[in-house]
Design a protein around this ligand. Sequence first.
Ligand SMILES: [Zn+2]
Length: 926
Amino acid sequence: MQNNWLSRSACGWISSMLALILALFLATPAAAQPTSAALLPPQVAARQVTPPHVVPGTTYNPAIPTPTDALGFTLGEHPVRHHDLLAYLGTLDRLSDRISVEEIGRSHERRPILLLKITSPANHARLEQLRTEHLGRLEAGVEAPADAPVFVWANFGVHGAEASAQDAALATVYHFAAATGSEMDAMLDRAVILVVAVLNPDGHALRVSRVDRFSGEAGVSDPSHFQHSGWGEARVNHYGFDLNRDWLLLSQPEARAWVGAWQRWVPQLSLDHHEMGSNSSFYFHPGEPRRVNALITRRQTELADRIAGYHSRALDPDGVLYYAEEGFDNFYIGKGSTYPQVNGGVGILYEAGTAAGGAVEGRNGLRTYAENIRLQFRANLAAVTGAVEIRRDLTASQTAYFRQARASARASGPAAYVVAAPDDPARMQRFLGLLAIHGVTAHALTETIEAGGRRFEAGRAYLVPTDQRQAAMVRGIFETPKSFEESVFYDVSAWTMPLAYDLDWAALEPGAFRPRLLGERARGGFDRQPAPARVLAEGPYGYVVRWSDRAAPRVAGELLRAGLMVRTASAPFEAATPSGPVAFGRGALFVPTAGQQMDAAAVHALMGRLAREGGAMIAPVVSGRTPSPATDLGGNKSWTTVTRPEILLLFTGDAPRMEAGEAWWLLDHEMGLPVTLRRASELSRTELSRYTHVLILGAASSGWTRAETEALTRWTRGGGVLIASGAAAQWAQRAFAAEAGEAAAAGASPSARPAARPALAPASDGNEARTPDQPTARSAEPPRDRRDFDRMEIGETEHIVAGALFQSDLDPSHPLAFGHTDRDLAIMKVGTAVLEWPRDDAYAVVARYRDAPLLAGYASRTSIARVAGAPAVTATQRGTGTLVLFADNPTFRGTFPGTERLLLNAIFMNRHIRAPRAPDLSDEID
Ligand SMILES: [Zn+2]
């Protein structure tokens, strides 16, 4: 079925078709033979004679080209390039009346992400009707008729490095397009198969290029060969995000594309293909039985177990080594195999021991890329077969899931959650956009109410009722779980989204809820919402930009790049606007009309464009005088100018990823700031004087020589702003302490408290629990702790914080906190490292973990005690420069606008930061 997704690039389509036709002519029998067969054990070699896309005994429609026909090689011999994948899927779309293709989004690097809909021609003729009837039944909670098809979803390639997880898409789609016979006809009549190929095209492209780059004429199965190494950079997307953590968070366009599509279909079964280390065999869900999210029902796990039966029956005859109930779990709801389960379906994770090159030696013998493709495809086929056979049970389970979640929301717990971000509507819109993609209904609040000790204003706050089809997702998004049966977590143990977004929020108990509070349905969105019609009145004296708005740092960057002089306030003030006085908070920018490099008309035109682009409130100003003393717009006491930032971000590996990638995404993609990316190992060859800010995040500082360390501390003392987080923050503390000759501090454990706190530090909270690495007076005695061997795993993980939300006390008057109005700031904490108390500066702790800091997630009492009361974010003067330290990652997965704001303030508000000193009146002497 030819769709219109290709029409965007007709030329590319034609050239791809020419390449395909050429490939059909050039494909020789020799090219179709696996090249590495000689390396394989006999039973594997025998299987490899059959290409991985073929199921023996199946007849295929000769009018449909095989992957081998299209590619000119057999699947598994070489990786399939993205444009070849698109061309082949386009061919199937054109030639098969079982397939239609839709482009659902594009990656950061502009590569299409395709959704293939595969079903019988009869179902295709009424596909939209089948979809809307299915969704209508779920909404109404009614059972499906016996002849309703089952919807099966398959994710190929969320981790770009995981080769077979992507190339198996071609084998799978070919089989469904070309296999003939009554069995296949019946299957396609009873199932709608939805395939995403590929979920992470940018990671996929990087992997293909590297596997090809390091492949030789002779296959090398030595696992030390570079071709077989992990390719962490190809696992992630362009900005280094792990997209298989983004199903809930939706910070990236790829995830928004496929989760949006998933929610348009709400399939009963979802299949998620991955790879793991070469020493492991093959894995499929149901998963580790002790680590199941409380929102997943026993019935769902039973159904996953029944699907697992189809997998083992398909793999046993070939003697395939596999496992199904260890290692991988169903806890964090932002993963591709767990998300479907808190949305009423069954999710299956597949993991094949990787062989990125042709073949690699592992603990279980030789693994081959072609064999992995076959395993992924055959497991997928077994699951679809199972889904068709147990479709009545899958469908009934899904209907029951939504009905029960709704009933239990009505029976207990809050009636609704109320949320607001009064000083940053754009952040609120992002949150509403997140809810909308997840199918969660939110409404504008119609009356001003008080809840949880806060006031929520009509029209500026929103209500999320719990009695809705997505009741389970509402719980998943808003709950703050703190007690767990297990201490082992594959990923984070908390993800409460209103905390991540730093919203004002409260639960509304049934007694406080009235249906008339629900106004218009809110939709929101992740993109800035431009206001093209908005006309900014002329500001004869200048313009003020509200700093609390999400896009304000973006505006600051644009103004500075345009060469404008920009001032920023350290105190709240009231500006005189044409429509009267308007209050602004700390950090607000003032752009004077006079004294600029451009004339007043050009300044006005630029400000008008920035106002129309949206995301930040901009007001014209008619006078420099303000009602309160010391805030007049031309004054010194509360005002300073903003320096145009020149940012250097140091990263490890071949590309920025995780914390470094997330910071790059925030500064570049979200704020439009140019960021110089450079390998940390090239520090000694870097001219630091060019930069105003250097960012070292996570592990970037490891392996530096003394000379390199000194270059950075010298640069900081000379006026630079050094920003370090996580392990790099611990490194920076030691580096500066060593430089200052504070030898004792330099050797101190990162988590240890100083012997005595500075006199001005907050009083002890009584949480001075002994940590394991602090010796006691009786430490000379041998340890007498004894535990049973099989309790070792619990002992090993008991004090690990895999990811939990901790409450901090933020100083909203500190320049690093400008834009924040209250003292509560939730921080995502992985591990228990904290910062040392700054010496000689009582004003330098921007945020400190509260005395009872755990908001949500798993942390042992010992771990909580290590963190409680300690500094989380500090900003200290070093010479004429500034050292900004974050104990944790401030841009965790691109989903923490509250802590991201602190990082952005370190870029723009640094000139407000100073150490205590005698007042300097030199400018005031006349
Ligand atoms: Zn994976």
